[in-house]
Design a protein around this ligand. Structure first.
Ligand SMILES: [Zn+2]
Length: 470
């Protein structure tokens, strides 16, 4: 069967349906949240749009509290899931065209959501529709599950799977080809200073405030500390200068009416691989630990220095762990803050491969730092998501991809999280190709028509292999 040829006669209809979906501004709107529009009117309108396509094409659909829903296709006892979403991130500024008035050129479609995830949603929808039009003999039911809150809190899938059937197998066309079959466990936690010991000594330097970073999943690229220096100002200034020089860092010291402001610049990268960034905050902590600080501040920076500084793989917390397939555990210190009144906290983003027992390890670490006047609060914890790449299901998806593209790239695992982790046995499967320009969440987002049609052919062949062939 020439699957790409099967797609050819649907090309114009696909482009029209996609443009209709793109024309809906489906950014979550917290100011218009209601029972009728759980994440705002735009996302709901986009969901209803998908239902209208289903009605037009003769498929049943089921709505779940207006926040998610499904289009039902195929037949059989086993259930195959395709998990998509029709909400988009805000367009931001700098677009050359109206982000919600799709522009079609000879080879591409430009609008917010073309790649993430409206284009792939339409591609997957058409793949199943084409099979239905071919009157193939399905061996599995198919649910095309449509969420409306992927970009924010995943309220859609949380709600959906509270009551609806979990597919036996599934794909999320919301990332990259060839296929992502494993995602690390994702945690964020705070190491909080709880001692409020009164200082009895007269410190040379008092730390008034320290700040770096705003997000757990980014390496802070800027850090600032405010100090009251009682003695040896020249020594502190000279030490800071030497420190910057020794560590090849950029920074600045400013004396403002008796207090000293220290600033360090770093390099921000995503928190899934902090070792390639420069954590401005932790360097500042490391420097501050060389000064004769007041006791509370000393305890704070000493703890950071001992367990967190330049320790991107959990080594200093004694949590280093590695899995042959999923790689190393990583630790990013994304948020650092301290005030002389409240004490300080470190906000950590720890990502771990399968086989690591986070709950036990974090409890052990908590015991260890309790004696030093610190506690840990775990904010978020998602278990690792993993599907064996030797599973026959993966083989079928991969074969379809390879047949259509000739590219033999192996499936891989990542440190981030994709929508696929909502499925018990699901993988991220497209629709970005190796040579696609990744404009997800960026201005002038576009999808080439070739990418849209090629992805459809891959989904067509893959769904045929999984749901129609024995
Ligand atoms: Zn997405």
């Amino acid at each position: 069967m020439n699957w790409r040829e099967q797609v050819a006669e649907y090309e114009q209809a696909m482009v029209e349906d996609l443009k209709g979906l793109l024309a809906i501004n489906s950014v979550r709107d917290d100011s218009l949240m209601s029972k009728e529009t759980p994440v705002g009117p735009g996302p709901r309108e986009a969901l209803e749009y998908m239902y209208k396509l289903a009605e037009r094409d003769g498929f049943k659909h089921v709505d779940v509290d207006h926040i998610a829903g499904r289009i039902e296709m195929g037949k059989g006892s086993e259930l195959f899931g395709i998990l998509c979403h029709v909400d988009v991130v805000p367009p931001g500024s700098g677009w050359d065209t109206d982000p919600f008035n799709p522009v079609e050129t000879e080879d591409k479609i430009i609008a917010r959501g073309t790649l993430d995830d409206k284009g792939p949603t339409i591609a997957a929808y058409y793949a199943v529709k084409i099979l239905e039009d071919m009157n193939v003999d399905f061996k599995q039911r198919i649910h095309l599950i449509v969420g409306t809150d992927e970009e924010s809190g995943w309220m859609c899938t949380d709600r959906y799977f509270q009551t609806e059937e979990m597919p036996n197998l599934g794909i999320a066309p919301d990332a990259d080809f060839p296929l992502i079959h494993g995602e690390k466990g994702l945690t964020t936690f705070d190491i909080i200073q709880n001692s409020s010991k009164e200082d009895v000594t007269a410190p040379e330097v008092e730390l008034k405030a320290l700040n770096a970073g705003e997000r757990y999943n980014m390496v802070p690229d800027f850090a600032e500390a405010k100090l009251a220096v009682r003695e040896k100002m020249d020594f502190v200034l000279q030490s800071f200068d030497n420190y910057l020089h020794d560590h090849q860092l950029t920074g600045k010291a400013t004396v403002v009416s008796g207090s000293l402001l220290l600033q360090i610049e770093g390099k921000s990268v995503h928190g899934m691989d902090p070792s390639i960034g420069v954590n401005a905050g932790m360097f500042l902590v490391n420097f501050l630990n060389t000064l004769s600080l007041d006791e509370k501040a000393k305890a704070f920076v000493a703890l950071g220095d001992r367990y967190l500084f330049e320790s991107h793989f959990g080594e200093k917390m004694n949590m280093a762990f590695e899995d042959a397939e999923m790689g190393r555990l990583t630790t990013n210190i994304g948020v650092i803050s301290y005030t002389d009144i409240d004490g300080g906290h470190y906000g950590v983003n720890l990502r771990y491969p399968t086989g690591f027992d986070f709950t036990t390890e974090i409890a052990g670490f908590t015991d260890q730092i309790k004696e030093q006047g610190f506690d840990i609060v775990v904010n978020t914890h998602q278990e690792p998501h993993y599907v064996d790449k030797n599973d026959p299901f993966i083989g079928k998806l991969l074969t379809a991809y390879r047949n259509q593209t000739g590219d033999m790239t192996e499936p891989y695992t990542i440190g981030g999280g994709t929508y696929a982790r909502n499925l018990e046995k699901g993988v991220a499967f497209g629709a970005m190709f190796k040579d696609s320009v990744d404009l997800m969440h960026q201005k002038n987002e576009y999808m080439t028509k070739k990418q849209l049609f090629d992805a459809t052919a891959i989904y067509l062949e893959a769904i045929h292999a999984v749901c129609v062939e024995d």
